[in-house]
Ligand binder design. Structure first.
Ligand SMILES: Cc1cc2nc3c(=O)[nH]c(=O)nc-3n(C[C@H](O)[C@H](O)[C@H](O)COP(=O)(O)OP(=O)(O)OC[C@H]3O[C@@H](n4cnc5c(N)ncnc54)[C@H](O)[C@@H]3O)c2cc1C
Length: 532
């Protein structure tokens, strides 16, 4: 047993080495009464007018349990702490006749495969894209020349969509596996502090190393990894999966298929829909990405403490329109870059990325409007069709592609979009072959455009200085999460036995950590079934 004390606030300047002395004072127990002391979480609170504070959660194991009880009774935010039960099985599972197949090497697929392999069921891992080293070259060529490889790009390839990202490992899911996922990233990306940071982020420059380490461990455990292996179809007999068929016709038999294909595998989703795999339309969000000088955001958030050793400030904004629609900031990247995240021809898609040091000098974030199936049934797809959201995304991405002169990103000055003023954009840190000067009007449906303007005006009140001519907008932010959900019970598809749709593409997770957790949970379910 131990005691955890959260929300311990100290001056920003206090060296961490002095923290233990502070804790002894707080708990009123002398040093020799403390068996073990450790920092569990560290963060910074720079909100409000006062000086920024460091905020800690610490853990103390005291020599006497009476002391622990007394501390919990006396100290606010102190409570007894018992580690959660180990979620992993104690024994390797009975091996199925054929290895399971895992489709997709994003966080969901990689963590599902690692869990299966670590507990005696090394899978065959199929990835349509290329290994991260080649993928980096393909993406760099796309950003420089505009030549897109539809199988190896920001969305597809080893590591999945999150490889060219900020690598933020924040999540709101309260799952006990979150710590396991973050410590795996800490271990394989070589960033020991990740597990302690209140807002952990890896940085794109460290994610490639993470992928290589995952690949090595997977192979060392007997997993077979195949790149350039696009699954085109499931083999199904009598309502149960029997394997997969690859583009090119090769068949791989398997009693279990974990489907971790991400939110951009539209061809695969359409194929699955055609095969009768039950899926439903799902709400998601679309909008634009805004870029500000980081210094400006620091001044707004930190006031007079900006530039005094604090990290690049972030922000989280949300508003509700009179019609009740949510407008909010999404995937905010301090010290980052705006990237063209297209995965197919005829698309212009934006998202954000940053390196571990977050030192680009600019901050960017998606500003998006929540959309529901009611919004995208203007598109061609018939009423209720689960694919309508994809058609809606394709339509707005096509419009942005045209405005980006077929390969670039259209951009506008924030004030010209909000107020219609004639002000030029100042594209700064953008990974795209080019940017065009545009108004960005008419890319999104007009009602959404209007509601986004409402949101920007609100954010200008919430964050004085946010609405500035120094800010530039880019179109279009369309891949906030999956527009479809593949229906499942206990991780297994309701329409195909042995099929485990997981992660963001299956509509059951959003973000790196929750996708990884979803992959692990499905793998644990498979291991459980084979342990009975
Ligand atoms: C630019 C960018 C920045 C982001 N930043 C962050 C961030 O900072 N923090 C965060 O939490 N989230 C971030 N995200 C979102 C995050 O990347 C995703 O939520 C997460 O990667 C989803 O994981 P997944 O494994 O479900 O799917 P994905 O990561 O999308 O992986 C799916 C994989 O399946 C493969 N695949 C698809 N179809 C097939 C097929 N038919 N056959 C074989 N393989 C196939 C794809 O090539 C891909 O590698 C970002 C996304 C982008 C694009």
């Amino acid at each position: 047993m131990a005691v955890r004390i959260s929300d311990v606030r100290v001056d920003f300047g206090l060296p961490e080495s002095a923290l233990f002395d502070r804790i002894k004072t707080i708990i009123g127990v002398p040093a020799d009464g403390v068996e073990r002391f450790s920092i569990v979480r560290r963060g910074i609170d720079a909100r409000g007018k006062g000086a920024p504070r460091r905020v800690y959660t610490v853990e103390c194991a005291l020599r006497s349990s009476e002391d622990e009880e007394a501390v919990c009774a006396r100290v606010p935010n102190a409570r007894r702490y018992e580690p959660p039960p180990n979620p992993f099985p104690r024994f390797p599972a009975r091996k199925p006749s054929l290895p399971p197949v895992v489709v997709g090497m994003g966080p969901a697929g990689m963590f599902a495969a690692l869990t299966l392999a670590r507990f005696g069921m090394p899978p065959v891992l199929l990835e349509r894209g290329r290994p991260v080293e080649e993928r980096e070259r393909d993406v760099a060529r796309f950003w420089k020349e505009g030549t897109l490889d539809p199988e190896s790009n920001v969305q597809f390839g080893e590591g999945g969509a999150g490889t060219f990202s900020d690598g933020k490992l924040t999540t709101r899911i309260g799952d006990s596996l979150v710590e396991h996922v973050i410590s795996t990233f800490a271990d394989k990306a070589g960033i020991s502090s990740l597990g302690l940071d209140a807002k952990p982020h890896v940085g794109t420059d460290r994610l490639a190393g993470f992928c290589r380490c995952m690949r090595e461990e997977l192979r060392s455990l007997g997993a077979v990894i195949r790149f350039g292996a696009r699954v085109e179809e499931l083999k199904v007999e009598g309502g149960a999966v029997r394997g997969v068929r690859l583009a090119g016709g090769e068949e791989i038999d398997a009693p279990v298929v974990v489907l971790a294909i991400g939110h951009s595998a539209r061809d695969t989703i359409r194929g699955l829909h055609g095969q009768g795999i039950l899926m439903t339309p799902k709400a998601f969000a679309v909008g634009l990405r805004v870029e500000h000088p980081q210094g400006l955001i620091d001044r707004i958030q930190y006031g007079g403490y900006a530039g005094k050793g604090l990290p690049g400030a972030d922000y989280s904004l949300k508003a509700k329109t009179p019609g009740g629609r949510g407008i909010y900031s999404f995937c905010m990247c301090p010290g980052g870059e705006v990237v063209n995240a297209a995965s197919g021809d005829g698309q212009a898609v934006v998202n954000g990325m940053s390196g571990r040091s977050r030192d680009s000098g600019f901050a960017n974030s998606g500003i998006v409007a929540a959309v529901t199936p009611a919004d995208f049934f203007g598109s061609e797809a018939p009423q209720g069709c689960p694919l309508a959201g994809i058609a809606f995304q394709e339509e707005i991405e096509r419009r942005a592609f045209e405005r980006g002169e077929r390969g670039g990103l259209p951009s506008a000055n924030l004030l010209s979009f909000v107020y219609g003023r004639k002000v030029s954009p100042f594209p700064a840190r953008v990974r795209a072959s080019k940017t065009t000067h545009d108004t960005l009007c008419g890319i999104l449906p007009s009602h959404l455009e209007e509601e986004l303007r409402f949101g920007f005006l609100r954010f200008g009140e919430t964050m004085r200085g946010f609405l500035t001519k120094e800010a530039t907008l880019y179109a279009v932010e369309s891949r906030s999460s999956s527009p479809v959900r593949i229906e499942r019970v206990n991780y297994e598809s309701v329409s195909c036995k042995g099929l485990y749709p997981v992660g963001e593409g299956a509509g059951h997770a959003g973000g790196i950590v929750s996708s990884a957790v979803d992959g692990i949970r499905a793998a644990l379910r498979v291991l459980e079934l084979y342990s009975e």
